[in-house]
Design a protein around this ligand. Structure first.
Ligand code: THU
Length: 131
């Protein structure tokens, strides 16, 4: 894992957050198996429910560039919040296990290092004969 690069990328991505409603700016970064880093920020909308979280933007950006395999993820929020349930499911789509670094953007430090398997045990998946 390119730990320092990943942390810096999540913090930098956070600067692009469009969060005029919550004022809660989030940045995320994922590292692909090939060592590339893709980032995302939260993008809010006046129709609140349309808001997209930073983690999902990062994953979508990587997937759209042709990547499906990830080795690590970092999320930067004020106070070091953990990813929401929807983002956990979204990340778990692409990795049974994936280190997730939780960064407090105020102190620019990693406050927790966890794994998607621990954040979301028993993720939803379709029965195998449906896939
Ligand atoms: N948010 C994220 O970007 N990621 C999460 O995992 C949780 C919440 C965003 C959505 C919204 O723009 C703001 O944080 C407050 O909920």
């Amino acid at each position: 894992m390119k730990r320092d690069e990943l942390i810096a990328a999540a913090l930098e991505a956070r600067e692009q957050a469009h969060a005029p409603y919550s004022h809660f700016q989030v940045g995320a970064a994922v590292e692909t198996e090939s060592g590339e880093i893709f980032t995302g920020c939260n993008v809010e909308n006046a129709s609140y429910g349309l808001t997209i979280c930073a983690e999902r933007v990062a994953i979508c950006t990587a997937v759209a560039a042709g990547h499906r395999k990830f080795v690590a993820c970092a999320v930067a929020t004020p106070g070091g919040a953990t990813p929401c349930g929807a983002c956990r499911q979204f990340i778990a789509e692409f990795a049974d296990r994936l280190p997730v670094l939780i960064i407090d953007a105020d102190t620019r430090t990693v406050v927790a290092e966890t794994d998607i398997a621990d954040l979301l045990p028993r993720r939803f998946h379709l029965p195998t004969n449906q896939t």
